[in-house]
Write a protein of this length. Structure first.
Ligand code: DAH
Length: 339
């Protein structure tokens, strides 16, 4: 019996000391000290031992179990420390490595152009107003002298919400809102989004305009031409020329379309201006007396000039962007060029 206990103790010692992991130490504990372990088997044989030998053998078994438990705990401690050390080593962070960079934001070219244009006009004494994108048919069309069956409506593919409510197709509705609310003299610009059911390489269903309106005594076409020529020189450069072509808008009479010399080639002709040397950026005119009257302003006392500028077109001309769609794609590589 004694020999047997010694043998078990010896082999337990060997196994414990060579245990490679905490898991194998735990298996060894079960193997020797567990309910069905080696010592339980020894205790079962105790019935064959003489009465005076029994306490002796019992003591030997208990001592051996104590030794094994001691060795197991010690091995566990050593392995635990080793594993912890390895873990710390493998998970170590090199704090001297450079961090991940989270690039800088920048303004969208549309935002930049709006703020440049706003700066120019506020410098010329204009104030800035803002109005709704969901607009009444009355302000977007009817009070601008575009009744329901007017052919000019065909030029603006409209998103109708109801028969009388539209997504505004032009910021010109702000002329009406301003004249109904305030008394002349007036000098405002109103930047914002407009919507038309149109989508191809040079049209987007949402785009931006800036409306301008000056109502005062003795406003003439000369004022309009002088103002817009000065504006173009400030926005592009002092050598920029303007060209006024006769046009038609129901709410202005006379009406003009305004071109500026191409900012890329200075008027010589290049791919940006399609060889013409000119870029169209504005519609403008002297406000039709009917429109003034509709807003309660006496056309015998006051006259007005108005203009509507396409921001995307202006951004394209200002920054030499060749495809309008890129303006809406929000590709960071494109946007990073504008700060
Ligand atoms: N609203 C016109 C458009 O979207 C542009 C325009 C033309 C605005 C003449 C004006 C104007 O104020 O006088 O095509």
């Amino acid at each position: 019996m004694e020999k047997m206990i010694e043998k078990i103790l010896e082999s337990a010692k060997c196994e414990i000391l060579s245990s490679p992991s905490l898991k194998s130490v735990s298996d060894t504990r079960v193997k020797y000290l567990g309910k069905n372990g080696e010592f339980t088997a020894v205790m079962k044989n105790l019935k064959d031992v003489s009465a005076e030998q029994k306490p002796l053998v019992g003591k030997l078994v208990n001592d051996a179990k104590c030794v094994i438990e001691g060795l197991l705990s010690e091995r566990e401690k050593t392995l635990f420390e080793k594993e912890l050390e390895n873990k710390i080593k493998s998970e170590a962070i090199d704090v001297t490595l450079p961090g991940k960079k989270s690039g800088f934001g920048s303004f969208h070219p549309i935002t930049l152009v709006i703020s440049e244009i706003t700066d120019i006009f506020t410098g010329l004494g204009f104030s800035v107003t803002d109005g709704p994108e969901i607009e009444t048919d009355k302000y977007n069309f009817e009070m601008l002298n575009i009744p329901k069956d007017h052919p000019a409506r065909d030029m603006q593919d409209t998103f109708y919400i109801t028969d009388d409510i539209v997504l505004r197709t032009q910021t010109s509705s702000m002329q009406i809102r301003t004249m109904l609310k305030e008394k002349p003299p007036l000098r405002i610009i109103s930047p914002g989004k407009v919507y038309r059911s149109d989508f191809d390489s040079s049209h987007s269903p949402m785009f931006h305009q800036i409306e301008g309106l000056v109502v005062d005594k003795h406003i003439t076409l000369c004022d309009l031409m002088g103002l817009l020529t000065e504006f173009a020189k400030k926005l592009f450069d002092k050598n920029t020329k303007t060209r006024f072509r006769p046009s038609y808008f129901p709410f202005t009479e006379p009406s003009v379309e305004v071109d500026v010399t191409c900012s890329e080639c200075g008027g010589k002709g290049c791919s940006l201006c399609k060889g013409t040397g000119w870029m169209e950026i504005l519609g403008a005119g002297i406000v039709n007396p009917k429109v003034l009257e509709g807003c309660g302003i006496d056309p015998n006392e006051y006259s007005a000039l108005a203009f509507g500028l396409g921001i995307e077109r202006t951004a394209i001309a200002r920054y030499g962007i060749s495809d309008m769609r890129i303006v809406f794609e929000n590709d960071k590589r494109f946007l990073q060029n504008y700060r």
